[in-house]
Ligand binder design. Structure first.
Ligand SMILES: [Zn+2]
Ligand SMILES: [Zn+2]
Length: 171
């Protein structure tokens, strides 16, 4: 049975990427991932996506407008038929995705998978000596900490990586 796209209600097509079968919407180019499939996909290099590169592409302006016309709250889980909820991937990224509270599946609009994969890789990258110095300063002075956190040049992924590094340290 083919699943219906939660965004545009088109029948989704099964697509295999590096051994993982996902559901792809040929109309709006979003993808549905069952629980755990994102972690599987993250193991593969971008070259595994050959032939299905459109999955990684951001939507054209026209498609993006089409996507915006359907309200996020109206998106329904293609498996459980319950409303999806929206949340920021990783808790503090700028990537807003839809998830099913029941089966744990997630809906990614066109281009969001690429953003998530980039975000994951950035998280895994160890801190450079310069970044480590900023962290050291930030941890020793609350004033400097506030300044570092407010500094726009620092960026959110950097903050997420600091959080990650701290978790690893106290592991
Ligand atoms: Zn669709
Ligand atoms: Zn579900």
């Amino acid at each position: 049975m083919k699943l219906l796209c939660p965004n545009c209600r088109t029948e989704m097509e099964p697509v295999v990427i590096g051994g993982v079968e996902i559901d792809y919407c040929p109309s709006c180019h979003g993808i549905w991932l069952d629980e755990g499939e994102l972690q599987e996909l993250a193991k593969y290099d971008a070259k595994e996506f050959r032939g299905v590169e459109q999955i990684l592409m951001p939507p054209s302006t026209e498609e993006a407008q089409g996507g915006l016309s359907s309200s996020v709250s109206e998106r329904i889980c293609p498996r459980c038929n319950v409303k999806l909820y929206t949340y920021k991937y990783g808790g503090n990224s700028d990537i807003v995705i839809d998830g099913c509270p029941q089966c744990g599946g997630i809906w990614l609009d066109a281009g969001e998978l690429a953003k998530i994969l980039n975000y994951m890789r950035e998280l895994d990258r160890p801190l450079t000596p310069e970044e480590e110095a900023i962290v050291r300063q930030a941890l020793t002075s609350s004033r400097l900490r506030m300044k570092a956190l407010e500094d726009e040049a620092v960026g959110k992924s950097f903050l997420a990586r600091i959080a990650n590094a701290i978790v690893n340290l106290i592991g």
